[in-house]
Design a protein around this ligand. Structure first.
Ligand code: HEC
Ligand code: HEC
Length: 286
């Protein structure tokens, strides 16, 4: 958010930066930047700094473009989602009489909460999910549930067979998701990874962000395993074997395709390597 405010200030500086006011504008830029160095890569000189600002502005615009396209596509499949998914995945849907009473013990209500926590379309793109996982993580899980036809849940389609996902529904949803995943990956390659992927720790953080956090991080703790985003703590838990890094439960569950539960989201060999390398590096001097 801080970052968006920063960009907003910057772009307004630019649009009003007539010749006479230019020096002033530059000064403001530098002052704003001093406060925001955390979001900027280290810079050597003024020129480099300005290049970085340009890049940030570009990043912001590309992100807006992606959001607009994603939402246009989403409007097209909205009727389908309304018919088959939004009953359980829209926080803003008014509750029915059956759903209102006893939120903590009402089984229908509990299911609903679970569904909304897993995925909430109420604010459209960017999509929401408990723990605020990355959009790529959410979209990949959406894609696997669609390909598996594991949603809507069987218990529900047994009662309402017409809510089942048909082949043409699958196609429509995938037609929205696939290009979006591709764009987001490009976006990351261009604007996110160059700054984040320098040390093993950041790479691991990213792997977990994409594949685990939505169930084990930011307050989510399926199987009583949570807080995966805190790497310094994670390395000291029972999931890590200091003596034999490869034997670590954390690594084993990934290597044996047990985690993530959906095999479509399994780690690539490269990602597995990154995790193992990180465990080795971190346990070397424990
Ligand atoms: C009757 C309620 C219901 C309907 C309808 C429903 N879902 Fe779900 N959905 C759930 C629940 C409950 C969960 C959480 C499951 C859990 O936490 O184990 C969930 C989870 C998900 C997840 C996250 C899966 C994961 O592995 O974390 C996705 C993605 C999803 N649903 C997509 C959809 C899509 C797409 C549709 C429509 C085609 C749909 N759902 C329809 C109840 C529903
Ligand atoms: C869709 C949700 C989901 C995702 C994504 C997911 N997990 Fe899990 N995880 C679970 C559930 C549910 C359990 C508990 C049940 C079980 O053991 O199958 C669990 C259990 C675990 C456990 C504890 C096993 C034990 O025996 O105590 C570990 C470790 C784990 N997951 C690691 C990971 C890692 C690492 C990732 C990412 C690469 C990941 N999980 C991704 C749902 C998920």
């Amino acid at each position: 958010m801080k970052y968006l405010v920063f960009l907003f200030i910057l772009s307004s500086c630019y649009s009003t930066g007539k010749k006479s006011g230019l020096r002033f504008t530059e000064r403001i830029q530098r002052e704003v930047i001093v406060d925001e160095v955390v979001s900027l890569p280290p810079a050597g000189n003024q020129e480099e700094l300005l290049r970085e600002i340009e890049l940030l502005k570009e990043k912001f615009h590309v992100w807006q473009e992606i959001t607009t396209e994603a939402n246009d596509g989403l409007s097209e499949i909205w009727p389908l989602l309304t018919k088959k998914c939004l009953y359980c995945h829209n926080k803003d849907r008014p509750l029915t009489i059956l759903e209102r009473p006893n939120p903590t013990i009402n089984p229908i209500r509990i299911q609903l909460e679970k569904g909304i926590n897993a995925l909430d379309f109420s604010s459209k793109f960017p999509l929401l999910a408990q723990g605020n996982p990355s959009q790529l993580a959410i979209l990949n899980s959406l894609k696997s549930t669609i390909l598996d036809k594991s949603m809507p849940p069987k218990s529900y389609t047994l009662l309402f067979p017409w809510k089942k996902l048909r082949a043409k529904d699958q196609q429509k949803l995938i037609n929205w998701i696939d290009p979006l995943i591709e764009r987001l990956e490009e976006f990351d390659q261009k604007y996110v990874l160059p700054f984040e992927e320098e040390v093993t720790k950041n790479k691991v953080q990213r792997v977990f962000q994409l594949k685990c956090v939505r169930c084990h991080g930011n307050g989510n703790s399926k199987g009583e395993f949570g807080n995966i985003e805190n790497l310094d703590e994670l390395i000291r838990t029972k999931y890590i074997n200091e003596k034999y890094p490869e034997e670590s439960l954390l690594f084993q569950v990934m290597k044996n395709y047990e985690m993530p539960p959906n095999i479509r989201e399994s780690l690539s060999f490269e990602e597995l390597d990154i995790v193992l390398q990180w465990i080795r590096e971190e346990t070397a001097d424990l």
